[in-house]
Design a protein around this ligand. Structure first.
Ligand code: COI
Length: 364
């Protein structure tokens, strides 16, 4: 495909790279020099531009500030040993962004525009992609309503933006979780599977209660009966019980269709590892913790990557899990995914896309 859009570029005259310490990156606090912007007006996306990262002007009556019509994505770019920039499964994020957009009455963004925006933004800011293993460039595409109107209705105008942030690990140590059986993250028919800002806003209060009790995250249960495990606040979750991986299915509309989740399930299939995509009940989880049949518990997410869970609180009781061995599924999966992402291992599913190959472009 040829260049689908023309993007005007205004370069920053003051790069922040010299003042950035790439060897001590924390998640989500450092932002690269440029941002991609497009506006949706009169039924079409246009005014494609890359400008220096900085504040944006919006009116106090901006509809997204009031009624939360806002969605986002998260994906990562890596640098291989030859300095080539590779993005992990960006087309999957482009598709999921549009699924979220449809659920939130927002206009889908053509995938080739998403990809071209990524290509040009990452080409310009390629020096922001960290070389250090364990670090990456987190990419945050997002879309929000732009109408200045107080009536409750879908906006007629929208803005789409992509900025990037060099990051280290989201979790720097194993994660402790509490099974949540009072508050609800999502119910069938709700917006649980959309990557909508409001889902995260609604989770803050219950998560804070758990954090005040000393846990890092919640394990959400279903909204109707609170009897089975759905996902965690920042990641999908998997349990390995008696040799089988068990993770909640994404068919009820309550769970985020994680791209890391999908990739790890593909690795499991490649390795003929038994998997059950089914709801694990809280009772089963507690029994497996009591009788020692729970072998591994881990979260999966773009930011979290594969995060080991070392403590689970169920029905008033804390259970501790030992660090998995190097042969454990989660350790092997993390090693393999990292090897693929940094270009050290073969990429049999063609998950890594070089920015130089996007939209049929030659080398940058
Ligand atoms: C991601 O993993 O990319 C997410 O969007 C989760 C977010 C809570 C950081």
């Amino acid at each position: 495909m040829m260049n689908p859009i023309s993007i005007s570029i205004t370069k920053s005259s003051n790069s922040k790279i010299p003042e950035t310490n790439f060897s001590s990156l924390v998640f989500g606090k450092t932002f690269s020099d440029h941002i991609f912007v497009s506006d949706y007006q009169n039924g079409a996306w246009g005014d494609f531009r890359i400008v220096p990262y900085g504040p944006i002007d919006i009116y106090p009556s901006n509809a997204s500030l009031h009624y939360g019509q806002t969605i986002f994505e998260g994906l990562k770019a890596y640098k291989n040993e030859y300095g080539k920039v590779l993005i992990f499964r960006p087309e999957a994020n482009a598709r999921r962004l549009n699924e979220s957009a449809i659920r939130m009455c927002m206009p889908p963004l053509p995938e080739d525009i998403f990809m071209e925006a990524l290509r040009q933004l990452l080409t310009l800011d390629q020096d922001w992609v960290p070389k250090e293993k364990g670090s990456s460039l987190y990419i945050r595409p997002f879309m929000f309503a732009m109408d200045n109107y107080l009536g409750v209705k879908p906006s007629d105008s929208y803005r789409f933006m992509i900025f990037t942030s060099p990051v280290g690990a989201y979790y720097t140590k194993p994660v402790s979780v509490k099974v949540e059986t009072s508050y609800t993250r999502a119910t069938e028919g709700g917006t649980g599977e959309a990557k909508a800002g409001g889902n995260y806003a609604a989770s803050l209060y219950p998560a804070l209660q758990a954090q005040n009790e000393g846990y890092d995250q919640l394990l959400w249960t279903d909204g109707k009966t609170h009897s089975h495990i759905e996902e965690s606040g920042t990641m999908n979750v998997v349990f390995k019980i008696k040799g089988t991986l068990i993770t909640a299915p994404t068919t009820k509309g309550t769970i985020l269709k994680g791209i890391t989740r999908d990739s790890v399930l593909q690795l499991a299939k490649d390795w003929r590892q038994a998997v059950e995509e089914r709801f694990l009940t809280v009772t089963e989880l507690q029994e497996s913790l009591e009788n020692g049949s729970l072998e591994e518990a881990f979260g999966l997410g773009t930011a979290a990557t594969i995060a080991f869970i070392d403590k689970i609180h169920v029905n008033g009781k804390d259970y501790f899990l030992t660090e998995p061995s190097q042969e454990a599924f989660s350790k092997r999966a993390l090693k393999t995914l990292d090897g693929i992402k940094y270009g050290d291992l073969q990429d049999p599913h063609q998950w890594m896309l070089s920015i130089s190959k996007i939209n049929g472009k030659g080398a940058v």
